[in-house]
Design a binder for this molecule. Structure first.
Ligand SMILES: [Zn+2]
Length: 107
């Protein structure tokens, strides 16, 4: 058993727990890695909240400890692609937006 930090409140929680005992946030759903295959920088939003930029050729990793909608936006042209991520999702999801090269989501 390992202890991990709750992504919502920071409390140390067993990775086998279903939810954080302090705030109820679901735990242990894994993670998603988003790779920017486009020729421009992209912005990442989780449930509409800005989570950071992915520069050309780089990746970011987000916890999938709860269900959420992931949106990737072009910084320049306003194009966007959204995908629903479920806790515990597995496999590889290819998302093609208007952006050149698209974005690869590995859950
Ligand atoms: Zn918590």
């Amino acid at each position: 058993m390992a202890l991990i930090s709750c992504s919502e409140c920071g409390t140390e929680v067993s990775d086998k727990a279903d939810a954080c005992p302090k705030c109820g946030n679901p735990i242990g759903g894994g993670e998603i890695t988003i790779t920017n295959l486009a020729l421009i920088d992209l912005e990442v939003y989780r449930n509409g909240v800005f989570r950071g930029k992915i520069y050309k050729g780089e990746s970011v990793t987000l916890a999938t400890d709860s269900d959420f909608e992931l949106t990737v936006k072009e910084t320049a042209n306003g194009g966007s692609s959204s995908i629903a991520i479920s806790k515990g999702d597995g496999g590889v999801i290819q998302a093609k937006a208007r952006m050149l090269g698209g974005v690869k989501f590995v859950v």
